[in-house]
Design a protein around this ligand. Structure first.
Ligand code: ADP
Length: 162
């Protein structure tokens, strides 16, 4: 069984993240969308909120082989624990590449048996980031299309009420 894990901050979960999740779920038998509990970085959305966002989007798209989870500590350890042989990441611009190659090198050292695979961002999402969604939402701009439809209103309201 081919098991993959797509880890991320997902703060919030965007349409770009969803695009990667949909494409990866077509390739793996089972795919974990794993929210990173990063104690050093204070996220805007709580772990529970981020999990709910992904679960709602996954349900709306009927991605039956996707399980939403969360983890703290090392991704390599978590991947081993859930028996994932693949780590899924997304790539937008060159700036992502520089960051991703560092993570790749470290994960490769910690878990050489786990392969990392990359999905190129869909062109229309290649400039979309969680911070952009937060920035637009804080000031009451429309986030339509930037996040999965199932979460749009909830995210917009939360950002306005910050
Ligand atoms: P992290 O803090 O782990 O980078 P993010 O939530 O920012 O968490 O991103 C998770 C993964 O999704 C990363 O590999 C990132 O490059 C990728 N990603 C982020 N936004 C997009 C997008 N618009 N299209 C494709 N991949 C994306």
């Amino acid at each position: 069984m081919k098991i993959g894990v797509y880890p991320g901050s997902f703060d919030p979960f965007t349409s770009g993240h969803m695009d990667v999740l949909v494409r990866a779920s077509a390739i793996f038998d089972k795919l974990y969308a794993a929210v990173l509990i990063n104690k050093s970085k204070q996220p805007f959305f709580s772990t529970e909120e981020r999990i709910c966002q992904i679960e709602a989007a996954v349900k709306a798209e009927n991605l039956n082989n996707v399980e939403v989870s969360c983890f703290d500590g090392l991704l390599a350890d978590y991947a081993k624990r859930i028996k994932a042989s693949f780590i899924v990441r997304g790539l937008r611009a060159m700036t992502d590449f520089e960051y991703e190659i560092q993570i790749y090198a470290m994960n490769r050292k910690l878990a050489p048996e786990i392969e990392t695979v990359y999905f190129m961002a869909k062109p229309e999402y290649s400039f979309l980031s969680s911070s952009m969604v937060k920035e637009v939402g804080y000031f009451g701009g429309s986030i339509e299309g930037l996040v999965p439809k199932a979460n749009q209103n909830l995210i917009a309201e939360r950002l306005l009420k910050r």
